[in-house]
Design a protein around this ligand. Structure first.
Ligand SMILES: [Zn+2]
Length: 360
């Protein structure tokens, strides 16, 4: 099982599960027989999804985040939330379409509201009409499979398990929803290849907008936010706060069963591995921390200028294989373009990249 998964690094289709394979592999090794079985079946499913999904990327949109555009279509998401009824079939039964009253199913109503928050972040702050920039419907399935310990974007829609109640108790948390949906945005803009450094950037950009959706919904300033991805989704007996921490990568959990959060925050801790598509969920801690530092230096709402710079950089990247350094250079150019050459904001951004050891 582990062997077959470690061979999987050659497949670089951008499937985007929230729970990384290294966490599942620890569970397969340390869990009781039922937990180990669950982890192995998730690893199998992860591989099927990767095989299923073709790498897709589209050219950047004309909207590039410099200014939100007064486009009347930007008012209106087209949400379609389905109940998977604990089966594997997607999308399942439509339970709440755009404008419908609450479905009375907690997960479905949460997914509806969260998709609305994410649509609004991209539309109102960055002038983007849905994930593809062309108003694509926001399709999601809740209660996907029974006791399913994962959530994913499969190239066309989001799907959320309920968790088994022990290791995970839910996946319906706004930063997780926004993370998954941002994989859809990246797929249509820039298309960072899901492998090695560009794959870690793909993961990091998904975490950045995941955190920003949550902070914006709560109107939190950088110093007030927890910068956690997936707060509260771990089971009640798991020793951990979340899946990842952008403020302090490597500290999100430390648990007998799950092991230790392996994320580095500095290039000195960069992990070279063939696992996890070349460590995409691990090394994303480095650009995550750079974003956190930058937003903290500026102090204002992180979804405004810092988010706009990241969005502008993604739209104008034109390099799906970008390394950390190339991405950092692109964000610095975006800062120049949005705030003027030699600006204070640009200097703070350079400082943030230097602090995490990325050469710029
Ligand atoms: Zn992801």
């Amino acid at each position: 099982m582990c062997l077959s998964l470690s061979c999987n690094h050659a497949v670089h289709n951008p499937i985007a599960c929230i729970v990384p394979p290294y966490m599942l592999r620890v569970l397969a090794m340390r869990g009781d027989p039922a937990t180990a079985r669950m982890a192995r079946s998730l690893l199998d499913h992860d591989r099927e999804l990767r095989d299923l999904r073709a790498a897709q990327s589209s050219p950047p949109l004309p909207h590039d985040g410099i200014l939100p555009i007064a486009d009347p279509d930007l008012c209106c998401p087209d949400r379609r939330i389905h109940d998977g009824e604990f089966r594997a079939t997607l999308p399942g039964k439509l339970v709440r379409a755009e404008g419908d009253d609450p479905a009375g199913l907690t997960d479905a109503d949460f997914a509806y509201d969260a998709a609305g928050q994410v649509f609004s972040l991209f539309a109102e702050e960055y002038g983007r009409n849905s994930l593809d920039g062309q108003g694509m419907p926001l399709v999601a399935t809740v209660r996907h499979r029974r006791d399913y310990n994962n959530a994913f974007w499969n190239g066309e829609q989001m799907a959320y398990g309920t968790g088994d109640g022990k290791i995970f108790q839910t996946f319906l948390e706004l930063s997780v929803v926004a993370h998954e949906m941002t994989h859809g945005v990246i797929q249509h803009s820039g298309g960072l290849i899901y492998e090695n450094q560009s794959g870690a950037l793909n993961e990091s950009v998904a975490d950045v907008f995941g955190a920003l959706a949550l902070q914006r919904a709560r109107r939190q300033m950088p110093h007030e936010a927890d910068w956690l991805i997936g707060r509260g989704i771990l089971g009640p007996n798991i020793a951990g706060a979340a899946l990842r921490s952008m403020k302090a990568p490597g500290t999100a959990y430390s648990d007998d069963l799950l092991g230790q959060d392996p994320q580095p925050w500095h290039m000195d801790g960069f992990i070279s591995t063939t696992d996890d598509n070349g460590g995409v969920h691990v090394n994303s801690g480095i650009p995550n921390h750079a974003f956190y530092l930058f937003a903290s230096y500026l102090g204002g709402p992180a979804w405004e200028l810092p988010g706009r710079i990241w969005y502008h950089a993604l739209q104008n990247l034109n390099n799906p294989m970008a390394s950390f350094s190339q991405w950092a250079e692109r964000t610095l150019r975006s800062a120049d373009e949005l705030t003027g050459s030699g600006s204070y904001q640009g200097q703070m951004l350079r400082r943030a990249w230097k602090l995490v050891g990325v050469a710029v």
